[in-house]
Design a protein around this ligand. Sequence first.
Ligand code: NIG
Ligand code: FE
Length: 398
Amino acid sequence: MKGAIKDDELTVIEDGGILIDNDRLHAVGTHTELVGTAKTLGADIRELNGDHVCLPGFIDAHTHICFGGSRANDYAMRNAGKTYLEIANAGGGIWDTVTQTRKTSKEQLIKGIVKRTKRHLKNGVTTLEVKSGYGLSVPEELKMLYAIKEANSQIPTDLIATCLAAHMVPKDYSGSPADYLEEMANTLLPKLKEEQLCDRIDAFIEEGAFTASLIRPYFSKARELGFDITVHADQFSTGGSAVAVQHNAISADHLEASTSNEIALLANSNVISVALPGASIGLGCSFTPARELLDAGGSLAIASDHNPGSAPMGDLLTQAAILGAFQKLTNAEVLAGITFRAAAALKLEDRGRLEEGQLADLSIFHTNDYKEILYNQGNFKPCMVYKNGVLSFDKHNN
Ligand code: NIG
Ligand code: FE
């Protein structure tokens, strides 16, 4: 599960076949082996004409696709050389999206999530994590998490909700940062459990957001209530990965600023490192040291971080392929990062591999060689996507 993977460790089944029973994979093997069983079972048989490669449905383990507004101005200003502070002072940054999201109705938020999720599904993404964090008050965080829950019921894709009330201290909050977190811990977190809105709590550990000591009581309370922890860590400065390890987080995400110390710390823990190449591309900064993390023995997932600020592109396959080229990752490592290692970053055991008993979530590409997929750097999309055993996208009908 952890560490580097060579391409020859990847199981490739030539002339493959898959038996699907409702929403699950019943058997995976060669077509010759399985066609007899399929006939005995009286199963519907679908033969794909021409060469196809079938991969597990992709899993995007870190997104912020519930938002209002756009930050195209931030992007233009950043590329024109303006600093983070100058952009924030000109009304940009996370707070701008908070203002826009607060003005957006829950119904409009749902529409936005559904629209973005449908696009991701066409690109092979069948499970997608979605964070709150642009509400930053009890009612506004709840609005976002209700929107994610309702969007989830309207689409085949599984949306995994995460509460990111600890994204930044809202500018309109009159108390201290500690007061803000205490209020969220005492009021919002129990409500999330009561309403079954999410099982995961995230925090942005960074200068200008939250420090290790501020977050301790908040994460302790979250753990007491039974939430899993995940952390926005080491994006611009280090410190977050140590917080993730101390609090037994499931994952530490970003890690662009991680040095050999943080890499060693993560690799020796059970915390999954999540690289977010879309944020590196969006901000024009360095990539997560994925190669070093894997060589040190860590587990690496890759996610899109799709959000209106730092990662507006939102194309997991493209970004994962680009990270692979810059960080010298094997096909197997990149594909593991968006399938079974991404599933582990969400603590999901029922997906990410083509194995009996797993969900029948499939991304199918029209090619005779799996290596063509990353070679095309995201420009080559699936021709068919199955979610829970149902053909949910078919290029021929679109
Ligand atoms: O993952 N780093 C903090 N949060 C987001 C950015 C959100 C935003 O800029 O709106 C991230 O990159
Ligand atoms: Fe993020």
